[in-house]
Design a protein around this ligand. Structure first.
Ligand code: NIG
Ligand code: FE
Length: 408
């Protein structure tokens, strides 16, 4: 049996449970001083305080009095894409908006062109590099979306790349099908036909190959309307894909209300989410997956996170890593923004990037907290306590990352 004994933990900070935390529970976490954790065959076997036990054949790792948390969960990334879009920076600086750039053929369409040209091997190598970097920042589980293929062959190629990476990279990666990210240029005059292709050709193939768990749609002005989004997500349900939705990122056209009505597992962004949207999500049991680094990059306002917590909507936070609206894969920066911009407490923020993130991708029974029976995914921080990692900006404070009981 493989054993890892993590000793001399100054503070072990973790939410607890196997489901998302909402309301005041989001800020109620366990903080153990002078703790230790035993991982056996990749699974947490014991957690205790005081002197660590002698465990035969265990690899002993000394946390040297530092903070330990669960491995972080990045529940929203657009990991698979060709090229980058640094050319859009100048346009942004000259005042062009995200949707103006998109409507002029930049944005998602230009990344789609690059992604179609890339081979599966090229996409794999590029994404593997990003995964290595994410892990270096303390992330041990992530979600990854397709959505830059926008043609059956290329959407399937992206999802296959995700599956292969999940098999060979230490990161746990959960796949989301996002064929409805944008109507591609060749269908601009015939959007119904593209939606038919997504629902009747791509989805059956995705189901047959078993390469995605969720279905996402970009419900936004000039992208997919609420009715089109409903059509896509309902079709996804028929193929066993649980709904997620990009809602209220730029304009509030009704995406968050739809999320509640349709019982989406999560709604993402919610930058300009109206009170009716929050109420609908609370009623529908939807997790709000907030992406503050995207607000930062777009120069936008920040989502009303406190209103959501007050209304009983569980809040998760993720990067939204993508080549356009958020070329950032550092979840530690998201932690900083959660405190500084959403005004969440360090405890609420920790829950948002661990247990609630895990719940947003249906992984809360396996990861997201340090508890007996969960995977041995842990981070030793170069930090004495939780406040410290929320307060320090711009350094990588993840000192040692442990995935299923192995140092990575
Ligand atoms: O979540 N909003 C849609 N998708 C991404 C951006 C994609 C892109 O700009 O390439 C997002 O912001
Ligand atoms: Fe996104």
């Amino acid at each position: 049996m493989r054993k890892l004994l993590l000793t001399n933990i100054g503070m072990l900070a973790t939410p607890q449970g196997r489901a998302a935390k909402k309301g005041t529970e989001q800020g109620t976490i366990q903080m153990l001083k002078n703790a230790w954790v035993l991982v056996e065959d990749g699974v947490i076997a014991q957690v205790g305080t005081g002197a660590a036990p002698e465990v035969e054949d265990a690899k002993v790792v000394d946390a040297e009095g530092n903070l330990v948390t669960p491995g972080l969960v990045d529940a929203h990334t657009h990991l698979i894409f060709g090229g980058w879009r640094q050319n859009e920076l100048g346009m942004k600086l000259h005042g062009k908006t995200y949707l103006e750039i998109q409507n002029a053929g930049g944005g998602i369409q230009s990344t789609t062109n690059a992604t179609r040209q890339a081979t599966a091997e090229e996409l794999t190598n590029k994404a593997a590099k990003a995964l290595d970097e994410m892990m270096g920042f303390g992330v041990t589980t992530c979600e990854a979306k397709s959505g830059y293929g926008l043609a059956t062959e290329h959407e399937l190629k992206a999802l296959q790349v995700i599956k292969d990476l999940n098999d060979r990279h230490p990161m746990d990666i959960v796949a989301t099908f996002m064929g409805a990210h944008l109507v591609p240029a060749e269908y601009k005059q015939n959007r119904e036909e593209y939606i038919r292709l997504v629902c009747e050709e791509m989805m059956p193939a995705v189901k047959e190959q078993g390469i995605a768990k969720f279905c996402d749609v970009f419900c936004e002005a000039d992208t997919f309307t609420v009715e089109e989004s409903r059509q896509v997500l309902e079709a996804g349900l028929k193929y066993g894909l649980r709904p997620k939705i990009h809602a209220d990122e730029i304009e509030a056209i009704g995406g968050s209300q739809l999320a509640g009505e349709i019982g989406a597992i999560s709604a993402e962004h919610l930058i300009v989410c109206p009170p009716e949207g929050i109420a609908s999500m609370a009623k529908g049991g939807v997790i709000a997956c907030l992406l503050p680094a995207t607000s930062f990059n777009l120069g936008a306002v920040f989502a009303p996170a406190r209103d959501m917590i007050r209304a009983g909507v569980p809040v998760a936070m993720a990067t939204d890593f993508n080549p356009g609206s958020c070329p950032c894969l550092n979840l530690q920066f998201v932690i900083n923004l959660g405190c500084l911009k959403y005004k969440l407490t360090p405890e609420e923020v920790l829950t948002a990037v661990t247990l609630n993130g895990a719940a947003a991708i249906d992984m809360a029974d396996k990861v997201g907290s340090v508890e007996v029976g969960k995977q041995g995914d842990l981070v030793i921080w170069d930090a004495p306590d939780l406040d410290y990692i929320c307060y320090r900006v711009g350094s990588n404070l993840a000192k040692t990352v442990i995935k299923r009981g192995e140092l990575v």
